[in-house]
Design a protein around this ligand. Sequence first.
Ligand SMILES: Cc1cc2nc3c(=O)[nH]c(=O)nc-3n(C[C@H](O)[C@H](O)[C@H](O)COP(=O)(O)OP(=O)(O)OC[C@H]3O[C@@H](n4cnc5c(N)ncnc54)[C@H](O)[C@@H]3O)c2cc1C
Length: 494
Amino acid sequence: MRTDSWKAQPIRAAMGGGSMVSAVAANLREARTAVGSRSTAALARCFGERAILPGDPRYEAARRVWNGMIDRRPLAVLRCTGNEDVRAALDFAAEVDVPVAVRGGGHSVAGHGVVDGGIVIDLSPMATVTVDPSNSIADAGGGTQWGEFDAATQRHGLATTGGLISHTGISGLTLGGGFGWLTRKHGLSCDNLIEAEVVCVDGRVLRASPEENAELYWALRGGGGNFGVVTRFRYRLHHLGPNVLCGTIAFARASTRDVLRRYRDVMATAPDELAAYMTFGTLPDGERAIVLTTLYAGPAEDGAGWMERLRRCGTPLADLVASRPYTDFQKSLDGSQYAGRRAYWKSSFLSGLSDEAIDMAITCAAELPARDAILNIERYGGAASRVPPEATAFPHRDSEYLINIMSVWDDPERDGANVGWARESWAAMAPFVQSRSYSNFLGDEGQSRVREAFGVNFDRLATIKARFDPGNRLCVNQNIVPTSGAMTNIEETK
Ligand SMILES: Cc1cc2nc3c(=O)[nH]c(=O)nc-3n(C[C@H](O)[C@H](O)[C@H](O)COP(=O)(O)OP(=O)(O)OC[C@H]3O[C@@H](n4cnc5c(N)ncnc54)[C@H](O)[C@@H]3O)c2cc1C
């Protein structure tokens, strides 16, 4: 139990002294579904209205995350406004010995932004973005969403690699890697993270950068939320827009085989500026189609020829490629992805896209279980693949494609059909995928998949975990169990 934190004493005092702390803690260990009245008072004293407890009319909404299948009841959701709140929340969780879930944007498909019987550190109030255009950097709070980040940086004609949906959190996405339209041109989101401010489980606030706490900085770039609560992210920015050549081209489902083979051939020689994903899905009128979504991260006149080559992958049913604001495009896929829908995903990397893999993907997508179920193939590579696997915690640099089998639906009675389709499709694709996973697309799939997510970097991450979170307080994530005895093995770079 820590005794040196600034909030520990008020919490203990409010709970009625040391013996009462132990009594409440013991009580909570036994029955983690209710907060005792004295602990409630302690939270109220530290957090006021920002502590949301069972019984509060806001509780039902506050405990919900993006994936509507997740139905967990935390002891408290603590809306944190700064490092001191985060420290107090960590203290409180340690006092009552309960797990902590850290919530950035709440988009973890596994529901890692909430925990049964534990504390949710909700960073959503920390969403300020400050742009320094002369140095092409931006600082963003841990609760920022990509739509907010893009809006702030695009005011200066700048951007960094971010997610495809505007309400995804910058936090979880960056800490796990971060794929988006700019990955091939500018690397993963984590490749553009140049500094982070971290509240550690022991209450220290550290700056992580190449110069300070370099091991922690290395781990934050792909190792997920295992090492501390990141309250501020500093990104490198790049000139982009405000208008970019981008959009979607839909092709008839019957032509999928040829379309995908040509797409593969076009992308084999494409410049880093060209991003293009292929999605088996359903058009608004109900017609099944193979849809190409693309963005050229350079001058439109340079991209026009590449768009023409992509069009010639087949006979377009619809062609919506045009020059339009980047911020609009970054919201254009939000439509079906609103919070509260049920979701189940499977995802892996492919070393290449063989004819056989294409044929199997076609078979898997022949019957989609829901209108918004998709099978998606994303060409990767470019700048992200030129980073050595051990340079950051994100290891999967030489895979050529990501394949995502993603179902989104609303009716709980359709759970079996949707989950079953994703699992069966993933099993069918198994001969073609690598033993790798992207931690940000993982469900709760077990330690072997977590190991696959961190690959060659797993052991080093476990050692760093032992140094920064030896008790594994931050375990509600794609969890790296600390390697015991490793705490003295690493010399921190100052
Ligand atoms: C609709 C949708 C679209 C997506 N699109 C993309 C995409 O385009 N590209 C891509 O790469 N991924 C994408 N993802 C996956 C996304 O990267 C992960 O779901 C990611 O975890 C989301 O981050 P979050 O902050 O919103 O999630 P949360 O659920 O809040 O957090 C996810 C994990 O990160 C940890 N965490 C969050 N914030 C912090 C913090 N500040 N400090 C320490 N730990 C923290 C949490 O403990 C948890 O383990 C998408 C997900 C969804 C649901």
